[in-house]
Design a protein around this ligand. Structure first.
Ligand code: FES
Length: 117
């Protein structure tokens, strides 16, 4: 197993930023219609930057680990920084090549984040 696969598995088992925020600025949920996996994401902005971000969800290791890693990355970032994130960014963030089906899993949390900004 590569170091990246180990990191993904570790995030899946012990996700960061997992839970809900008491008084979020905004919240959303997205799902992958192919498998039914879901991600709910909540965010608090202060001065146009992410001061808090949390998620909850159920699904495959890639979608849940991506949400954990992406929310770590998004903390403290500005809306403009986050608007630029795309498929290539997610591939780099995870450090592994993903086929056409698995990339959809990695993009699910990014779709949620984009709905929040
Ligand atoms: Fe459903 Fe990955 S298999 S999001």
């Amino acid at each position: 197993m590569s170091i990246y696969q180990e990191i993904i598995l570790e995030h899946y088992k012990n996700p960061h930023n997992f839970g809900t925020i008491k008084d979020p600025t905004k919240k959303t949920s997205v799902s992958n219609p192919l498998c039914g996996d879901e991600i709910e994401m909540e965010i608090v902005f202060k001065k146009n930057k992410v001061s808090e971000i949390m998620f909850k969800g159920q699904g495959c290791a890639i979608s849940q680990a991506s949400a954990s890693i992406l929310t770590d990355f998004a903390s403290g970032k500005s809306k403009d920084d986050l608007k630029k994130l795309d498929k290539n960014f997610m591939t780099k963030l995870l450090g592994i090549e993903l086929g056409p089906n698995r990339i959809k899993c990695a993009l699910l949390p990014l779709e949620a984040l984009h709905k929040l900004i």
